[in-house]
Design a protein. Structure first.
Length: 327
């Protein structure tokens, strides 16, 4: 069934692919993005684009009066862990306070379905791997705290306003589609940084921690293709919702920093040197999802998230977009 959908953060890395998939299915999409972290060139031309922030209640009310929407897909947030530690109030102001302004405007306009871009950062240092959704939520940085705070807001709005929601707890989003790839400043994610070394644009891969209790001493993460993550948003729009739900988006398998780098050498045919660096504060040794609930609730499986496929698609995008999106 075609819907009218507001996508916040639709000019971002994941949001742009969500928008592309929604449009391909015949949905009507309005993108709201302030372009502080996203790229105008990443927004599909078939979507209506509105430049603005999620905390601008007047803009939101005018937009939702002019373009009534049946559902909200909320991906607009600051998402750098180190930045959140340095500027926690900025993160709470944008991700929580601004998010509540958005939620109030949407509820006031009759929206009763919300799909939220959450994070495995809500778990902090989990006591069990792979991580189930009912694992203790104990974030260890302000970024994770803001994601958990908004999840709790959604639970409250389910009770008070009848809003059905799904919080999608991403593990490590990665890869690229033919049109959309990763272009952040600063870039903190492993795979684009590895590929920038392969392109000769960075001298070496910085390996933060070589003494973790893992097979090769480097941190292990669960990498999920952005097209699979976008597919979960599409499926969440059609799920039978009662109240506020949360599901992990992961593969159930992890890859270490050195394993990713070695796979990138094989895919690119390039020499990719590494340099050991001290651990970053707050980085867990291993983050791997227990993904079964997403299959149960959304009929979702990660179909494109094999590591070689992620790297091959990302390598093609970075080779054709060596400086990222055009300004």
């Amino acid at each position: 069934m075609a819907r009218s959908i507001l996508v916040t953060g639709g000019a971002g890395y994941i949001g742009s692919v969500v928008v592309e998939q929604l449009l391909a299915l015949g949905h009507s999409v309005v993108v709201l993005d302030d372009l502080s972290r996203g790229h105008r060139a990443a927004v599909d031309s078939r979507a209506e684009f509105v430049q603005g922030g999620i905390a601008d209640r007047g803009l939101l009310d005018d937009l939702l009066a002019r373009r009534p929407c049946e559902a909200l897909v909320h991906l607009a947030a600051y998402a750098l862990v180190a930045e959140s530690v340095a500027h926690p109030q900025m993160y709470f102001t944008n991700n929580v306070t601004g998010g509540q302004v958005l939620l109030d405007a949407a509820v006031g306009a009759g929206v009763r379905r919300v799909i939220f871009s959450s994070s495995c950062a809500v778990y902090g240092h989990p006591p069990v791997i792979p991580i189930p959704e009912d694992a203790p939520r104990a974030p260890v940085n302000p970024y994770g705290e803001t994601k958990l705070a908004f999840e709790r807001l959604l639970a409250d709005y389910a009770t008070r306003h009848g809003v059905g929601s799904i919080s999608l707890r991403y593990f490590n989003a990665a890869g690229a589609t033919a049109r959309h790839g990763e272009d952040h400043d600063p870039e903190t994610h492993l795979i684009p940084n590895v590929l920038q070394v392969a392109l000769g644009r960075r001298p070496a891969v910085e390996v933060y921690g070589t003494d973790y209790p893992t097979a090769d001493g480097t941190a292990v993460r669960d990498y999920v293709h952005i097209a699979d993550i976008a597919d979960a948003h599409v499926r969440a729009l059609e799920a039978d919702l009662e109240g506020a739900e949360a599901v992990n988006l992961g593969t159930g398998a992890g890859h270490s920093v050195l394993a990713v780098t070695e796979a990138a050498r094989r895919i690119t045919g390039r020499s990719i040197p590494t340099v050991p660096c001290p651990r970053r504060s707050g980085d867990p040794p291993t983050l791997v999802a227990a993904p079964g609930r997403a299959e149960q609730l959304l009929a979702w499986r990660p179909r494109r998230s094999q590591l070689d496929a992620i790297l091959a698609g990302a390598w093609e995008w970075h080779r054709t977009h060596p400086s990222g999106y055009p300004n």
